[in-house]
Design a binder for this molecule. Structure first.
Ligand SMILES: Nc1ncnc2c1ncn2[C@@H]1O[C@H](COP(=O)(O)OP(=O)(O)O)[C@@H](O)[C@H]1O
Ligand SMILES: [Mg+2]
Length: 513
């Protein structure tokens, strides 16, 4: 029984991108982000914990042991990782001990997480507060939450108690998007816009502003939005599945029978021809996971999907926003390519939101065709950042606005997370429709969420790139190629080529001065 249990544990941890650190008796320790961080490690770990607990219940049922149950504890924070990383079981520290204690107070069949984990996971998982608990070896009580269930597939941690701030600093980009939308409608053929920029730079927000604009105009626009999740099996075409569900009005958790009816009604509505329906419907059903994929090669599937969206475009301009395309599988990228290339008599605007790393896989993405436009979103200027912070938390003191804008260096997400941290730590409290700052302002340490994002970016670098970044960080926020070369004792040309690569990846920026 233990062998089966170990095997499945390993499998579940692995599938969620973690590493099985060790088995101690019947206890399993899995670690995420100890070798290379992902920004959603906390979410991955919590999902894995929920599945582990569920798996053990299932194992009990299989073996006829109804009372078989596991419990889990998940904590996030800093630990010491020895050389050789997880493989040698060298992840140690207070965090590990506390996680083990947390696990020991969880009820059988449940998953307990700490405050930081809950904060990092955000809206993707539902939590229930279970109060403050004293754990062995800790002077202070720790706040504990029970992870209840997964609500959505990798919902980005956004929104929450903090309303969106004013839209700042991207008027030109928004105008270009609107122009593309109208040009698509006018010409009656497909266009593609790729919006490229690092995480948190404002890609999603820019596209949301376009959608907000559509709501106010009288032209018929059929809007779809689909995201590519950062991990997980069998989610090829996930983003297209989301779009099809939206068009059919199928909601999260709807049962299969109802979903089928909605799908059928929708297909019949857009494609009056019987033969077309018979070809398109089963393929759409397969993409949204209602049925197995009918036989036929990929071009058959692509053709059916394309016909469907084109039939929607018979009614008005179709807008398809693909989010997080850097996580898309090759199939989806190929589909988008073909859709844009082969749609020459229907108005479809495809908007692709992606981080620059997509260009590492597909260097020519968006560059090779007519009717395509690529926008690189750069950091917001100082004034826009101040306007954003002041608008997010009206009543926040001016000097704090300046400091937050300064520390977050033009990345709107980081500013939002700073303000959220001030709220979470009760330094900023709601007062009379706005906020009042009651903290000391001494400690503006970087929020966990920002740490996770930056850590994940740095862990993607090559060792020589990381070494240069480390040295450059000592030199300051701005530095010269000569200084870096001197500091590392390498030829100027070598330093320059690495730095150029880092600029291309949007880790560094060239300072015009
Ligand atoms: N131009 C902007 N003006 C105001 N807030 C912005 C702007 N761009 C982004 N934000 C805010 O910053 C956060 C991250 O932006 P988001 O669009 O989700 O980034 P991305 O999609 O590039 O990862 C969101 O809370 C968003 O509302
Ligand atoms: Mg986004």
């Amino acid at each position: 029984m233990l062998t089966r249990y170990y095997e499945r544990c390993r499998e579940i941890i692995d599938r969620h991108g973690g590493t099985t650190d060790k088995f101690i008796g019947d206890a399993v320790m899995g670690v995420w982000g100890a070798v290379a961080a992902h920004e959603d490690d906390a979410e991955r770990a919590t999902r894995a914990a929920l599945e582990l607990v569920d798996m053990v219940a299932g194992l009990g049922a299989d073996l006829g042991i109804a009372e078989l149950a596991a419990r889990a504890g998940v904590l996030s924070g800093e630990a010491s990782v020895g050389s050789g990383g997880n493989a040698q079981g060298l992840v140690v520290g207070d965090l590990v001990n506390t996680a083990s204690r947390l696990q020991s107070i969880a009820e059988p069949g449940t998953v307990f997480v700490g405050e930081a984990t809950k904060g990092l996971v955000g809206a993707a998982i539902e939590f229930k507060a279970v109060g403050e608990h004293h754990v062995k070896g800790k002077d202070l009580a720790v706040a504990v939450y029970q992870a209840m269930r997964v609500i959505a597939i990798s919902t980005p941690r956004r929104g929450g108690e903090l309303a969106d701030g004013p839209f700042v600093g991207r008027d030109d980009e928004l105008r270009m998007l609107k122009d593309q939308l109208h040009a698509t409608g006018r010409e009656g053929r497909a266009r593609m816009v790729s919006i490229i920029g690092e995480g948190g730079i404002g890609k999603t927000r820019l596209s949301q502003e376009l959608v907000r604009y559509i709501d106010g105009i009288k032209e018929d626009i059929y809007y779809h939005n689909g995201r590519s999740p950062s991990y997980g099996d069998g989610v090829t075409f996930w983003a297209l599945g989301e779009m099809i569900r939206q068009r059919a009005g199928i909601v999260e958790g709807e049962d299969a029978a109802k979903s089928r009816i909605k799908l059928r009604t929708m297909v019949a509505d857009f494609t009056p021809d019987d033969e077309d329906q018979k070809w398109i419907e089963p393929r759409l059903a397969a993409v949204i996971g209602l049925a197995p994929m009918p036989p036929g090669d990929r071009s058959e599937l692509f053709g059916a999907l394309r016909s469907f969206f084109q039939s929607v475009a018979n009614r008005g301009t179709v807008l398809m926003v693909f989010e997080d395309l850097h996580w898309a599988d090759e199939g989806l990228l190929d589909f988008i390519d073909e859709l844009v290339e082969r749609t020459t008599s229907h108005p479809i605007l495809v908007v692709c939101l992606t981080r620059p790393e997509l260009l590492e896989r597909r260097p020519t993405w968006g560059a090779s065709r007519k009717r395509t436009l690529t926008m690189h979103l750069s950091r917001l200027d100082e004034d826009s950042m101040r306007a954003l912070v002041a608008g997010l938390a009206p009543g926040i003191p001016e000097d704090l606005v300046v400091r937050i804008a300064d520390r977050t260096a033009g990345v709107p997400l980081h500013a939002v997370e700073f303000v959220r941290m001030l709220l979470n730590t009760a330094q900023l409290v709601p007062a009379g429709g706005g906020f009042e700052f009651i903290g000391s302002g001494d400690d503006l340490s970087i929020p966990d969420t920002v740490n996770a994002i930056i850590g994940a970016r740095l862990d993607r670098l090559e060792p020589d790139e990381l070494a240069i970044i480390q040295d450059a960080a000592v030199l300051g926020l701005t530095f010269t190629i000569t200084d870096v070369a001197a500091m590392r004792g390498i030829p100027l040309a070598d330093a320059e080529s690495v730095l150029r690569e880092l600029v291309r990846r949007e880790i560094l920026e060239v300072d015009e001065d």
